[in-house]
Ligand binder design. Structure first.
Ligand SMILES: Nc1ncnc2c1ncn2[C@@H]1O[C@H](COP(=O)(O)OP(=O)(O)OP(=O)(O)O)[C@@H](O)[C@H]1O
Length: 722
């Protein structure tokens, strides 16, 4: 609470009881020159209280003795400001009530203004970090080491790598004990991480205790990983969940990588290497690998080789055979350290020996955050080669497992400038930044991935973006003090989750391909059905669609179907909606067919109507222009036509062959449908019933001087009839 508020409250209480020092003290009785100034007023009040207190002390010393007064002062200091008011009522009972109140009020003001923070009672908070790792009394601040526990090796931060290849491309978060708390801060820190369902990580940001305005403000973020391990998780559980599948993959000839990422002291080396009692991922993986190889020894020959290197200050060193720095070379698109020692191992113990030997050579130094901080990135690689005879041929499979203990990211301290630790820290941060940039570029699908920016990313090239199954373990701290580091680690783990290595892509594509093939076949069948139905509906609208087995799809239809499949139209509909879409397609086709049929009917009617109109027109012309012809002829013609039709029907019914003269005088039964153009020599072709274009048979067969021709106005003009 702000000091000014309390300071003003204290004198008010004194003034209220009528016996306060404020009324008696000369300093407060006289108005101060700067009374409008709050600070000045406070000083005056403080001075008055001090004087009052001195007077009171003297009085008490005179009446009860100095020792009793000292004891009383001590007991008052332990009271809280709030308690003062409560005590007032009870203090009234004795004769020293007034003095006591003065004393208490002064103590409260003094405590709130002057008392150092450590004098305050520690706040009781349920969110105080539950330390997973039992804190040892001799532990240094911020250091969680237990010397001698890690692989019985004097150098505590070392990495052992074991082969593994799995299908677990996404990172797992490991919740660890506090690695970055310092002294008293440790006790005050809250847990800012909550793990739910072994997958979800909730990160909470608490406002600083000094930030009064935002004291109650809490912000959070949620992350979801393949696995999230609470601090109670055993090393065996971590291994079986994250890396065990990788071992099987390596035996199958697939590369695998496990790497731990996190802030310094977060427990990366513990997770990868572990201790003698709790061996880490590397040790468990190596044991697992050898046991699996033993089980399959009847099934061919396995050879296991291992190498162990570190990247320290951007130089690559061989940990199994220390000497000159190694250079990185690109070999078949894979970056390798030229001259790196590869040892052939025949048993787990042999690998463990080599691992310890390498750990002794690894660079570790005590830092503020970790007594045995790894100052380098360590990479243990185990290459498993498998050979067997398959039908007279030698089959060879090679799988590589990389187990990587990264150095931890750390904050640069002003005091560390120009020291060896700060140079190491800068190099570690630089290479981790390069790693972050590569993760970013891979997630964003950029063409250029900046692997060359650091030795670490060059060596991790295959693991991050190549044909490799990769597990990233993100080590985080519970403590709100390490909130920034935890947030950073989770952020990058979350980004890395999005990376798809080529191996994963190939697998995904293969799976997708087979699913698409199945879908293609189904879609082809469905489309053929639809096409057949629409064809059947087109050809005979009254008939129900023919079953698929009886339908022969025309070539052009098949091509159309193929085209639509190739265009990918058939995959644009989600599975759930596919049948509904097909039904809709069928309905649409049926609707089109019905529309077309209606149009055809309409055209037919129009055509008949036109023919009738033209017949009427012709008849009208005959009536009007036939003044030169005798009525009997006209009538005969008309009658003849009518009778001829009847005679033709009769003849046809009798099966007689019609003579050319019949044809001339007696038009075909379709004569009534003849159009205006049927009468001209230049009449356009018409569509026959069989779909072929023919000229009107009437036009072809009618002689030029036939009476019917004369009825045509144009022809009549030509002949000078009119
Ligand atoms: N889950 C855990 N259980 C018990 N002890 C742990 C656990 N995690 C870490 N520790 C201990 O905490 C200390 C620091 O852990 P560790 O050395 O693994 O951190 P680190 O992340 O590798 O740090 P750096 O990056 O500085 O090398 C070690 O003494 C380790 O034994």
């Amino acid at each position: 609470m702000p000091v000014s508020t309390r300071s003003q409250a204290a004198p008010a209480r004194h003034g209220g009881d009528g016996t306060g020092a404020v009324d008696r003290g000369p300093a407060t009785a006289a108005p101060a020159p700067g009374a409008h100034n709050h600070h000045h007023g406070l000083k005056e009040k403080l001075r008055a209280l001090t004087l009052d207190y001195e007077e009171h002390k003297k009085r008490v010393a005179a009446s009860q003795g100095g020792a009793a007064a000292r004891q009383h002062r001590h007991s008052v200091r332990c009271l809280k400001a709030e308690e003062v008011a409560n005590d007032e009522n009870s203090a009234e009972a004795d004769g020293e009530g007034a003095n006591r109140r003065h004393h208490d009020a002064f103590a409260a003001v003094l405590r709130e203004n002057v008392a150092p923070p450590q004098a305050q009672a520690p706040s009781k908070n349920n969110h105080v970090v539950p330390f997973v790792r039992p804190k040892e009394p001799q532990e240094k601040e911020n250091v969680g080491c237990r010397p001698g526990n890690v692989m019985s090796c004097p150098i505590k931060k070392t990495v052992a790598v074991l082969p593994a290849a799995s299908m677990l491309p996404a990172p797992a978060a490991r919740k660890l004990s506090l690695g970055g708390a310092v002294g008293g801060k440790e006790a005050k820190s809250k847990s800012c991480v909550k793990i739910v369902n072994n997958k979800d990580v909730y990160l909470t940001e608490f406002a600083s205790e000094n930030d009064y305005l935002r004291l109650k403000r809490v912000r959070g973020r949620h992350f979801c990983f393949d696995s999230a391990f609470p601090d109670s998780t055993t090393q065996a559980d971590v291994y079986s969940t994250s890396a065990a599948d990788l071992v099987e993959g390596v035996l199958q000839g697939r590369n695998g990588t496990v790497f731990c990422y996190g802030a310094t002291g977060a427990g990366k080396t513990y997770t990868m290497l572990g201790t003698m009692e709790n061996p880490g991922v590397m040790v468990l993986a190596i044991k697992d690998l050898f046991s699996k190889v033993r089980q399959r020894s009847y099934d061919g020959n396995h050879s296991i080789q291992l190498s162990y290197l570190e990247i320290y200050n951007e130089t690559v060193r061989d940990l199994l055979s220390p000497g000159r720095p190694l250079h990185l070379r690109e070999d078949k698109q894979v970056i390798v350290a030229a001259g790196l020692t590869h040892y052939r191992a025949y048993s787990t113990d042999e690998v463990m020996d080599k691992l310890q030997q390498g750990n002794k050579n690894r660079t570790t130094e005590p830092t503020r955050a970790n007594e045995t901080s790894s100052r380098s990135h360590a990479i243990l690689q185990v290459i498993v080669e498998y050979r067997c005879m398959d039908g007279g041929n030698i089959v060879t499979r090679v799988g590589k497992l990389s187990l990587i203990d990264l150095a931890g990211s750390e904050r640069a301290q002003a005091t560390d400038q120009h020291t060896q630790r700060s140079i190491e820290g800068a190099n570690i941060n630089r290479s981790l930044l390069a790693l972050s940039n590569c993760i970013n570029a891979l997630v964003e699908g950029k063409k250029h991935i900046p692997y060359r920016n650091s030795k670490l990313t060059q060596l991790l090239k295959d693991s991050l973006g190549g044909y490799c199954n990769t597990v990233m373990i993100a080590n985080i701290s519970l403590s709100s003090i390490s909130f920034g580091e935890t947030q950073n680690t989770l952020h990058w783990a979350d980004r890395a989750k999005e990376i798809k290595t080529k191996a994963k892509l190939v697998l995904e594509l293969q799976r997708e391909n087979s699913v698409l093939r199945e879908q293609l076949v189904k879609q082809q069948q469905k489309l053929l059905t639809v096409q057949a139905q629409s064809l059947a509906a087109n050809s005979s609208p009254q008939q129900s669609p023919a079953p698929l087995s009886h339908v022969v799809t025309p070539c052009s239809t098949q091509q159309k179907v193929k085209r639509s499949i190739l265009a990918g139209n058939c995959f644009s509909t989600p599975d759930s909606k596919r049948s509904a879409a097909d039904n809709a397609q069928v309905r649409e086709l049926q609707r089109k067919v019905r529309t077309l049929e209606a149009e055809i009917e309409k055209m037919k009617k129009e055509h008949i109507l036109q023919v009738k109109q033209k017949d009427e027109f012709i008849r009208d012309l005959i009536n009007r222009k036939g003044s030169n012809c005798d009525a009997a002829t006209v009538e005969r013609k008309v009658v003849t036509r009518a009778s001829l039709r009847k005679a033709q029907r009769d003849a046809s019914a009798a099966g007689e062959l019609r003579s050319p003269s019949h044809r001339f005088t007696s038009p075909a039964p379709t004569a009534k449908k003849r159009t205006f153009w049927d009468f001209g020599g230049n009449s356009p072709s018409v569509l026959a019933a069989n779909g072929r274009k023919t000229r009107s048979h009437v036009a072809e067969q009618t002689p030029k001087k036939a009476p019917s021709m004369l009825l045509q106005p144009g022809f009549a003009r030509e002949r000078g009839i009119n």
